[in-house]
Design a protein around this ligand. Structure first.
Ligand code: NAP
Length: 241
């Protein structure tokens, strides 16, 4: 039987590394992206060159109608057994001067997407009595971060939502966990003073997307049998709470 994994925000960065790791592990990957067709095409080519299978699925995770329209026909055919809620954005700025639009777009994309995407996929998992859901939060969602009230709130919300779903569907063998990356070298952190920030990180460097993807690959697998509702740090020791 084809094992299917849906990865949101798979065209670049951490999501891309997750898609590649899951394809390596035998999943047909439904690779979601928002707009970067070139990056999505190159992901598909990379997975197929390595002998894996990938289907590109374009939608904005924050747009409930678009998500439903894209996922309904796929889920009707063969439901996904793995969901990686990875897509996310930042719109940083101090809270006092943060435009409402920056607040709302980040909450809608990062947290609203949990509702939009998880619900239809969970329905299929519920019927199949099996599923693995991995959601990408952030160290900002654990600690807060200056200039990221919107982002931190969205990422903290993902932790609480995941812990709730983990308790609701555990008896159906649907396990839901959160990964909290620290600083990972992707487009999202481009422009940050990496040298300066690395001095604060016990491992003295930013992480690689592949180092997050390996954790996601385990949490997405049947080898993950008794980890549920967990928050796993992948941050080089920056925060240990
Ligand atoms: P990235 O390099 O900016 O890549 C973002 C990916 O998400 C792209 O594939 C992008 O698609 C997709 N995306 C963005 N908005 C979307 C939307 N509305 N609908 C569908 N796809 C969308 O980001 P990243 O660093 O890999 O981050 C991935 C996740 O890890 C995010 O949730 C982020 O908050 C979290 N995280 C990252 C870090 C870090 O240091 N990098 C740390 C903690 C947590 P397009 O290519 O089409 O634009």
């Amino acid at each position: 039987m084809t094992k299917i994994a849906l990865v949101t925000g798979a065209s670049r960065g951490i999501g891309r590394a997750c898609a590649i790791a899951l394809a390596r592990d035998g999943f047909l990957v439904w690779a979601n992206y928002r707009s970067n067709q070139e990056a999505a095409d190159s992901l598909k080519a990379e997975i197929e060159a390595a002998g894996g299978a990938c289907k590109l699925v374009q939608f904005d995770v924050g747009d409930a109608d678009a998500v439903a329209a894209a996922l309904a026909p796929l889920e009707d055919e063969t439901p996904a057994s793995v969901l990686v809620n990875n897509a996310g954005i930042t719109r940083d700025g101090l809270f006092l001067t943060m435009p409402r639009e920056a607040w709302e777009s980040v909450i809608q994309t990062n947290l609203g997407s949990f509702y939009n995407v998880t619900k239809p996929v969970l329905k299929g998992m519920f019927k199949a009595k099996y599923g693995r859901i991995v959601t990408m939060s952030s160290i900002s969602g654990q600690q807060g971060n200056k200039g990221q009230a919107n982002y931190a709130a969205s990422k903290a919300g993902l932790i609480a939502a995941t812990k709730s779903v983990a308790q609701e569907y555990a008896r159906k063998n649907i396990l839901a966990n959160v990964v909290c990356p620290g600083f990972i070298a992707t487009d999202m952190v481009e422009g940050l003073p990496e040298k300066e920030i690395s001095k604060m990180i016990p491992q003295r460097r930013f992480g690689k997307p592949e180092e997050v993807a390996e954790v996601v690959a385990f949490l997405s697998s049947e080898r993950c049998g008794y980890v549920n509702g967990a928050v796993i740090n992948v941050n080089g020791g920056l925060f240990t709470g």
